[in-house]
Design a protein around this ligand. Structure first.
Ligand code: DNO
Ligand code: MN
Length: 353
């Protein structure tokens, strides 16, 4: 287990790398060029500047989250080949700085979706919350409003340029059902995997969050069946998953312990977090502690330990604690607590072998 921490960059995060340094045994920073418009090539000098800064704190920069996919690739329209070529160039450029894993997702229009970024928990902290009925009754524009008001910092996947075009995007997606989206994912992977392989980079697709369709848009990375289908597209070692317990686990039909036992080996990267699911389909993010949520984090880590998982791990989101002002879900304190819980479980399993 190679512990990492997601960080948004020098001018783009409330957390500093000096602070991250004080969390025990964090080896690397999960990063991205967040100011880059989706689809553009990440140039060598821009990558160098970020990687060198991260490394100057003694961290590795092996994992990028995310190199996002241009909508034309997901839509499979006439511009996709041009964007695929740019994606390949970004992969090549990242490999020159030793990057080993690229996380990406294939969710149409929206990335992760929540209805309230600061929902109160009984202990007085706040956390990201998803109210199912609210999303069902909501105009997507209202959601964009909620998300953009939640933070002064741009949230990845919710870039204002993209949000300004959502009417147009919804129109384009009318043509795209799940089957078409799978075809487009497959086309993309067949094109880029040989380059990733050549560069010794493993691609890790992030599950859809939440793992069901929203606003009539198709979503395909939602279940074990999706994982099987993804893996059947190519048996390249570069075709992998980002194993995110909180995303897949928001659907109680996804048993994360069982899925970890079967698919951790195909996952170069794991996001570990807990969510509490309610009977009506709502869910709230909780601390990482198993008894605080609906996901058996204890046994997920046991599965990782049993295969001596060497992949990269990060706590995913955290609650907002002790008055911290931070990006929704990406404060310092609760993610640091989560890391210590994961280290504790890991060490205990190791000691008992
Ligand atoms: C949710 C988060 C997401 C994720 C991106 C990956 O679980 O991890 O923001 O980073 O969707 O592309
Ligand atoms: Mn995740």
């Amino acid at each position: 287990m190679n512990m990492t921490f997601r960080w948004y960059g020098r001018d783009n995060d409330t957390v500093t790398l000096d602070q991250v340094k004080q969390i025990p045994n964090v080896k690397g920073i999960v990063w991205a060029l967040h100011a880059k418009p989706v689809g553009e090539v990440w140039e060598l000098e821009e990558i160098r500047s970020e990687v060198e800064y991260i490394q100057s704190f003694g961290f590795h920069a092996d994992v990028v989250e995310s190199v996002n996919i241009h909508e034309s690739i997901k839509l499979g329209n006439s511009e996709r080949d041009q964007y695929i070529e740019k994606y390949k160039e970004t992969i090549r450029n990242l490999s020159k700085f030793g990057v080993k894993v690229i996380c990406y997702n294939f969710m149409p229009v929206f990335d992760w979706t929540r209805t309230d970024m600061y929902h109160p928990l009984p202990d007085g902290s706040t956390a990201l919350f998803y109210e199912k009925a609210k999303v069902e009754g909501l105009d997507p524009q209202e959601l964009v409003q909620t998300v953009s008001e939640a933070s002064d910092l741009t949230l990845p996947g919710w870039e204002p340029e993209k949000m300004a075009r959502i009417g147009e995007l919804f129109e384009a997606y009318k043509e795209i059902d799940e089957e078409r989206l799978w075809e487009n994912l497959s086309y993309f992977l067949q094109a880029i995997l040989p380059v990733a392989e050549e560069c010794d980079i493993r691609m890790g697709i992030h599950p859809d969050d939440p793992p069901w369709p929203i606003f009539g848009l198709p979503r395909i990375m939602t279940s074990e069946a999706s994982i099987k289908r993804l893996l059947s597209i190519s048996d390249s070692k570069s075709n992998g998953l980002t194993f995110c317990t909180g995303s897949l686990g928001a659907n109680p039909l996804n048993n994360m312990v069982d899925l970890a036992s079967k698919y951790a080996r195909y996952s170069p990267f794991a996001h570990i977090r807990n969510v509490k699911i309610f009977d009506n389909g709502d869910f709230i993010e909780t601390s990482h502690l198993t008894s605080d949520g609906s996901i058996d984090i204890t046994n997920v880590v046991k599965e990782l330990s049993s295969i001596e998982y060497e992949g990269y791990v990060r706590p995913d989101h955290g609650r907002h604690l002790w008055g911290e002002k931070c990006r929704p879900g990406y404060g310092l304190y609760d993610r640091a607590l989560g890391i210590m819980y994961l280290h504790g479980l890991w060490d205990a399993y190791k000691a008992s072998k």
